[in-house]
Design a protein. Structure first.
Length: 122
């Protein structure tokens, strides 16, 4: 994995609502790139970059699926983020992999803090 880029959009395609999937995916990539730069992750160790990259990639795929669900259709990208990440962590993505889930929770906590500081999350 690398830092967030537009190749991730193809990874997240579900095919049920292509226009919505594309819009949410692009906005998530931009959000994740801004977060990446703010934390200066390019200057961090490869293992740190990989942890963040893997967690953000998994979170993005999860959020795109939620965005096309019945509950998620009326939500903006920021609302989807606010619904699924907070200071406690993120959504349960890796049910049977506690270590991977802990990585997602750690990254989601930091992303939540970053977005709140930017005024994008309440």
């Amino acid at each position: 994995m690398t830092k967030p880029d537009h190749s991730w959009i193809n990874d997240w395609k579900v095919g049920e609502n292509p226009e919505r999937e594309q819009k949410i995916s692009k906005e998530l990539v931009e959000c994740f790139r801004e977060f990446w730069v703010a934390l200066d992750l390019d200057g961090k160790a490869k293992t740190t970059r990989n942890r963040y990259s893997n967690a953000l990639h998994a979170l993005g795929g999860f959020l795109v699926e939620k965005a096309i669900s019945e509950d998620g259709l009326p939500m903006t990208t920021n609302e989807l983020l606010a619904e699924h990440i907070d200071s406690a962590g993120g959504p349960l993505i890796h049910h049977d992999e506690e270590e991977w889930q802990n990585e997602i929770d750690m990254v989601c906590r930091k992303l939540s803090k970053h977005l709140k500081a930017k005024g994008r999350l309440a």
